[in-house]
Design a protein around this ligand. Structure first.
Ligand code: ZN
Length: 362
């Protein structure tokens, strides 16, 4: 049994029984989505009966980095991106440069837009994309590279804690990922050691300041949703052994990639039931839906804002489903030859590669 797992269970006061292990497979029925690359070839598809078809062939890391996602719904009314370090409005693979189109009403700095989110949303309504430029995937960056606060939630999927035999938390397990860990959806991430793990997560971006926000009103405070990876150095995360602190081991440079787009919650039929997953070298390792969250997005917002003030641009990494490498038997950690693809239906996908040498600048 991995040492990390023993430590984690001891720290959380979990049971002493052997954890159950399972092969994580498709768990959702009735979902339908298709991930396709720039050549419209499926990266992965999910049929209405819940079965899944993998791509017929493996793609090289470089082609995966360049791949893009076209949501099957085709309904794209409000999404933004950070394209070439500028805030853009996105529709069907095209973009409008917000600072230029608004004649400077809004800054090109995407990090500043969340302070004026409601005004920006109103301005964005009905924009004409006839002369819009084409998005270049390699230029997409983090939808908010400078979040004021970044919250991470641990052990928040029922399927995950059932798979490893952990107890259900009474309140959210909250840590922070420091701002300097943020990177974009196609970055090469420097590995901090031999026990670096993946965690695909739905990331909430706050659009309205708030304290003591009730769960019923919580979605009104959300600017949008994006894909996140809570990359975690399990060795550093579990130090010191008596009271592990989580935050530093999850905050090495590049360990908080987000992207490729920020999508408003009203884009989803049910924002509390969103499908997400992760592929390691093209093989599915994680897949779930957010209706398996122990603490839902509204409950997390109520809980956090009951203690502190949520600020425009804050990120909440909402937790990861089963299928991370550290609880596999034997454990599986990331190496410089691995490709991690993280996807959320209706938002998009990120593809990351890794390196042992120094690749991230200060
Ligand atoms: Zn996480």
């Amino acid at each position: 049994m991995p040492e990390v797992q023993n430590l984690f269970r001891a720290w959380t006061g979990g049971t002493t029984s052997q954890p159950k292990r399972r092969t994580f497979g498709p768990s959702v029925q009735g979902q339908c989505c298709a991930l396709v690359n720039e050549n419209k070839r499926p990266v992965m598809s999910v049929t209405h009966d819940g079965s899944r078809e993998d791509p017929p062939s493996r793609e090289s890391p470089s082609s995966l980095i360049q791949s893009s996602l076209v949501p099957a719904t085709g309904e794209l009314t409000m999404r933004i991106a950070n394209h070439d370090d500028r805030l853009v409005l996105v529709d069907e693979g095209k973009y409008l440069d917000v600072a230029k189109v608004s004649d400077g009403l809004f800054s090109s700095d995407v990090a500043l837009i969340y302070e004026r989110w409601d005004e920006f949303r109103n301005w964005s309504e009905g924009r004409d994309f006839a002369d819009a430029a084409t998005i270049e995937d390699g230029k997409l960056g983090a939808p908010n590279p400078k979040p004021p606060q970044v919250f991470g939630i641990g052990t928040n999927y029922r399927g995950y804690i059932e798979a490893v035999g952990w107890p259900t938390p009474e309140v959210p397990l909250v840590f922070t990922k420091y701002q300097s860990a943020i990177t974009g959806p196609g970055a090469v991430i420097e590995l901090s050691g031999p026990q670096v793990d993946w965690e695909v997560e739905l990331v909430v971006v706050i659009g309205r300041r708030g304290r003591r926000i009730r769960a019923e009103k919580a979605w009104d405070h959300v600017a949008g949703l994006t894909v996140g990876q809570d990359i975690s150095d399990r060795d550093a995360q579990m130090r010191p052994k008596t009271f592990p602190q989580f935050s530093l081991g999850k905050s090495f440079p590049g360990y908080a990639p987000i992207g490729p787009y920020l999508v408003t919650p009203d884009e989803f039929d049910d924002p509390d039931k969103i499908e997400l997953g992760c592929l390691l070298n093209g093989q599915e390792v994680q897949r779930s839906t957010t209706d398996d969250l122990i603490f839902t997005v509204p409950q997390l917002i109520e809980y956090l804002s009951g203690m502190l003030t949520l600020l425009p641009g804050d990120l909440i990494f909402t937790g990861t489903p089963a299928g991370v490498g550290s609880v596999m038997d034997p454990p599986r950690f990331l190496t410089s030859t691995d490709v991690v693809t993280s996807w959320i239906t209706g938002i998009g996908q990120m593809t990351h590669t890794f390196a042992h040498g120094p690749v991230m600048s200060a």
